[in-house]
Design a protein around this ligand. Structure first.
Ligand code: UDP
Length: 332
């Protein structure tokens, strides 16, 4: 299939693009390169179009010219703390940006969309694991903007005959097997890349946000899912989405891991202690987020390869060792 990936030069988008390429599809990335990396897209001169999702007319033209059958909409801002500090950017990118993508699809007559949603749309819950029908009560602008985008997609589907699959990611993590592609943003706020930046001497120490949660060691529990497994799910979803249909899946491993357990796994990978300090809680952080991935396993036959955090961080460490200053060698 001819598939356009908004944000296809970003961390998860580019992992999906490379996977689709290796599984018989014809993907192209549409990315403004604010956080994306040209080097993350193989054959970038043919497979990367530099553009912004806000430019709906340009995007519509690209969709038409390339005869796109499915849009995978990854382009978004995705940091919980940044969304609290700057909600305007998050509403613009995540809500208006999604509307712009949907409008371009209508103009160009593309009727199938996969959307990168998030566990942050669930908010704070005491019962785990979360199922797709667990109440969505987001606590941060990141979560509210992604939930608003889900509603936009559902309303457009009903009115304009689209078909959608919403994939609610838990914590995307890891790097590709050969260590050539991994997680690298200009402004990093995510746990695993920050731990390895400390290991590489780019930061003094890791700050662990909160040691007083009601969890086994007091630190937050998250469900880490490898990008290769996310990519397989996108392939399965793209191959089965049809106009008039709407489906939602949680994308997690089903296993919860504490921040300290992630740190220990990283220390094991690196082979030495990594300096850290437990500080106060970060605003907007739920204590525990764990997925039930049972629905996508049952309905689409998703078969994730990674369930052990130690294996996931090993792939990430391989990438960080090979690219100690990221895709941009100057480290900016
Ligand atoms: N975290 C941390 N220190 C950091 C960054 C993250 O302790 O410098 C914690 C954070 O509080 C959360 C977990 O690591 O419990 C995962 O955070 P991340 O930002 O990677 O993803 P999120 O779960 O917010 O989507």
């Amino acid at each position: 299939m001819k598939i356009l990936l908004t944000g296809g030069a970003g961390y998860v988008g580019s992992a999906c693009l490379r996977w689709l390429l290796h599984h018989g599809h014809d993907p192209i990335a549409y990315d403004n390169l604010v956080e994306g990396n040209v080097a993350a897209v193989p054959d970038a001169s043919n497979r990367l179009i530099v553009g912004d999702i806000a430019e709906s007319d340009c995007l519509a033209q690209v969709l038409r010219e390339h005869r796109i059958e499915v849009v995978m909409h990854f382009a978004a801002l995705a940091s919980v703390p940044d969304s609290i500090a700057d909600p305007e950017s998050y509403y613009r990118a995540n809500v208006l940006g999604t509307k712009s993508v949907l409008d371009a699809m209508r103009t160009a007559g593309v009727r199938k969309i996969l959307f990168s949603s998030t566990a942050a749309t669930y908010g704070f819950h005491s019962e785990m694991p979360l199922r797709e029908d667990s109440p969505q009560l987001p606590e941060t602008p990141y979560g509210t903007t992604k939930l608003a985008a889900e509603w936009l997609i559902k309303d457009y589907t009903r009115a304009y005959g689209l078909g959608y699959t919403l994939l609610r990611y838990f914590n995307a993590s890891g790097a590709d097997f050969d260590g050539e592609h991994g997680e690298d943003r200009r402004h990093e706020s995510h746990l695993i890349p920050l731990i390895f930046q400390v290991a590489l001497g780019r930061r003094e120490k890791l700050l662990i946000f909160g040691g007083d949660y009601p969890t086994s060691d007091g630190t937050c529990v998250r469900d880490y899912v490898h990008t290769e497994d996310l990519a397989q799910a996108h392939q399965l979803a793209a191959e089965s989405v049809e106009p008039g249909m709407g489906r939602t899946y949680n994308m997690g491993s089903g296993t919860g891991v504490t921040v300290l357990e992630v740190l220990r796994a990283c220390e094991e990978a690196v082979g030495r202690p990594i300096p850290h300090e437990i500080v106060g809680r970060r605003s907007g952080d739920p204590g525990v987020l764990i997925a039930s991935p049972e629905k996508i396993v049952r309905e689409l036959g998703w078969s994730p390869r990674f369930s052990d955090i130690r294996e996931i961080v090993l792939t990430a460490w391989k990438w960080h060792q090979r690219h100690p200053r990221g895709y941009r060698q100057d480290g900016t």
